[in-house]
Design a protein around this ligand. Structure first.
Ligand code: PMP
Length: 355
């Protein structure tokens, strides 16, 4: 830290992203990306919509917002885009939290929530997950704060039904409930329909997982017009051109090939369920993940050791050194070939360690 770094941020602990090795030698199952590239059709449509890069990108993001509005059956005024859903989460902390309106989220969830709270000087409460790692929304009784719930939750992959979230939204009419649906397309049920009924729910999704565009950095939020208006006030005060023209064209291309997105999600869900079954046969305990990752632990090997041994064999998974989940690893679901290689490596490691 330099002597110039502000005192207000001196204690800030930044978010640690998963490893992104640049030599590409690993089977990468650590950051929940899609193993599939955008389709040829998506790329062709994107090429038709490329814009000159000497001009600024469209700050209204009309091309993509209109298409999302059509696909999700909402008005364009109900939609905003972000530079990754991370940016939208950040905007939401700026818009709906401050010293007097704290943030509330589960103790085990997306690691960026406490970081966004800290950098924005927002007090926050972490509500413990139940023993089985599920979220019990009756623990979120307190009002006067903004509630963040990832559904499916990360890194557990567990989901809550829309009816449970609706109860939460209904019982907090004066609080914003932010539902982070980064992983919803792999088997969850979306809360987008609640945004038509309630003005206090903001649903955030991403193009990084089901839509194969992690590297393009684009996400979207859907909510009542008043909430989206507030989000736009923050966006136009921070970064009006937050979506670059190349990303805009590519995102539009991907949205024009929803069939491919759905087919990819079906493959991932199938590979996930098969891998979970195989891991259970190897003695692992897993959560009932409905996302594009698996959360698994074994009493034959510690979470940290399995992570390191897999890395030695060229396979990257994600290990969190947090007390309650230290014995687990989070394994992104890739192609069948990648999952077969992963399972083979796990079997070998278990055999080597039992000797
Ligand atoms: N929410 C959750 C729960 C996530 O796991 C991630 C991915 N790290 C994000 C949001 C952010 O995704 P992105 O910024 O790539 O849209």
């Amino acid at each position: 830290m330099s002597r110039f770094f502000t005192k207000t941020l001196s204690a800030l602990e930044p978010y640690t992203p998963g490893e992104q090795p640049q030599d590409m030698k690993y089977i990468k199952l650590n950051t929940n990306e899609s193993p599939f590239e955008p389709s040829a059709k998506a790329k062709a449509v994107a090429a038709e919509h490329e814009r000159a890069l000497n001009l600024y990108s469209d700050p209204s993001c009309k091309l993509v917002i209109d298409k999302l509005a059509e696909l999700y059956d909402v008005d364009p005024e109900n939609v905003i885009l972000g530079n990754g859903s991370d940016e939208l989460l950040f905007f939401s902390f700026r818009a709906f939290c401050d010293e007097d309106r704290k943030a509330v989220f589960p103790d085990i969830s997306y690691g960026f929530y406490p970081v966004f709270a800290q950098i924005n000087k927002v007090p926050y409460n972490e509500i413990p997950l139940k023993e089985d790692l599920s979220i019990d929304t009756s623990d979120y009784k307190e009002t006067g704060s903004t509630i963040y719930i990832a559904n499916p939750n990360a890194p557990t992959g567990l989901t809550l039904p829309v009816s449970t979230i609706e109860e939460l939204v209904k019982s907090h009419p004066d609080d914003v409930v932010v539902i982070d649906e980064a992983y919803v397309d792999f088997g969850g049920d979306s809360c987008v329909r609640l945004t038509k009924k309630y003005d206090n729910i903001l649903v955030i999704q991403t193009f990084s997982k089901s839509r194969s565009l992690a590297g393009a950095r684009i996400g979207f939020a859907i909510g009542s017009k008043v909430l989206i208006n507030d989000m736009n006030t923050v966006k136009f005060s921070v970064n009006p051109y937050n979506i670059n023209s190349m990303t805009m064209a590519m995102a539009y291309g991907v949205l024009c090939d929803e069939e491919q997105t759905k087919a990819n999600c079906r493959i991932i869900a199938e590979n996930r369920d098969n891998t979970i079954k195989a891991l259970k046969e190897l003695g692992f305990e897993t959560t009932d993940s409905k996302s594009n990752f698996i959360f698994a632990k074994s009493d034959k090997i510690s979470g940290g050791e399995l992570y390191s041994e897999l890395k030695k064999k060229g396979i990257l998974v994600r290990h969190f050194d947090k007390e309650r989940i230290r014995e687990y690893n989070r394994i992104s679901v890739g192609t069948k070939e990648q999952m077969d290689a992963f399972l083979k490596a796990v079997s070998e490691i278990l055999e080597e360690t039992s000797r």
